[in-house]
Design a protein around this ligand. Structure first.
Ligand SMILES: [Zn+2]
Length: 256
């Protein structure tokens, strides 16, 4: 069975790291280590030995732990070959469109360049799980640092093309703030209101609001709801393209 554990790295930038443990093959990976100490403590508490690090993109809050962990454990460091120069200690470059075999599971490497060029997600069709880094968040998406608006739109659509039940493990706990923005641009969306109340209760109880699912994002994430008449009315973009609406939403969220 595939087990996923959260590592609370909220002291970094509200980051989550994830431990991925395949108890049949007895192999363990960590996704996007923000720093090494928290990862080592979480592995130690479960008696696990690190075999691989999966990296989604080069940003420091997802990679600062990579080099120290690789040096200490000799683990594989998996990342996009196309962004090899910016992923520390990369020793297992993978290409977008390829599959990374880890234990009993296959992880499809999918390019979602936008937040950064070369950002990838890892999707396991057997378990309907994806690690999405900073490409999509619950009711939001990553800032557009390197790609174009078209690339942002396309990357989000690529994630929405995964099966509805796919569980998305995002790199940050931004759900409450994202829900407030989502409501500001789609105030009549009852699913967002419900989700905001749920997320606030989860956070008050010290619990994560992730993973999300593709279906939940289709219902509540404004960046993939560019068809919404309410959103288009509020943005005064009734006849604009989906890409233009997505870009305007990103601009407004940056200033929110
Ligand atoms: Zn990032």
């Amino acid at each position: 069975m595939l087990q996923i554990h959260f590592i609370d790295m909220l002291h970094v930038l509200d980051n989550y790291n994830f431990i991925l443990h395949d108890d049949v093959a007895n192999v363990t990976a960590v996704v996007d280590p923000s720093e090494e100490d928290g990862v080592l403590a979480a592995l130690g508490a479960r008696g696990l030995k690190l075999d691989a690090i999966l990296t989604t993109h080069h940003h420091w809050d997802h990679t600062t732990g990579v080099a120290p962990l690789a040096k200490m454990t000799g683990c594989k460091v998996v990342g996009n070959a196309a962004d090899a120069a910016r992923i520390p200690s990369l020793n297992k470059p993978v290409h977008a469109g390829s599959v990374y075999h880890f234990g009993e599971y296959d992880w499809q490497v999918i390019d979602v360049s936008a937040h950064t060029m070369g950002h990838v997600i890892y999707y396991c069709a057997q378990e309907h799980i994806a690690f999405t880094g900073d490409s999509i968040f619950a009711m939001g998406c990553g800032r557009l640092f390197e790609g174009s608006a078209q690339q942002l739109y396309d990357s989000l659509q690529a994630i929405m093309a995964l099966p509805d039940a796919t569980q998305l493990y995002c790199g940050h706990e931004y759900t409450v703030a994202n829900a407030k923005f989502a409501l500001s641009v789609e105030p009549d969306n009852e699913a967002v209101k419900k989700r905001l109340a749920w997320a606030e209760a989860q956070r008050a109880a010290g619990q994560p609001t992730l993973p999300t699912t593709v279906a939940l994002e289709k219902a509540t994430n404004p960046f993939v709801r560019t068809h919404s008449a309410t959103i288009r009315e509020i943005l005064q973009m009734a006849d604009a393209s989906d890409v233009a609406v997505c870009a305007e939403l990103r601009k407004r969220k940056d200033a929110f």
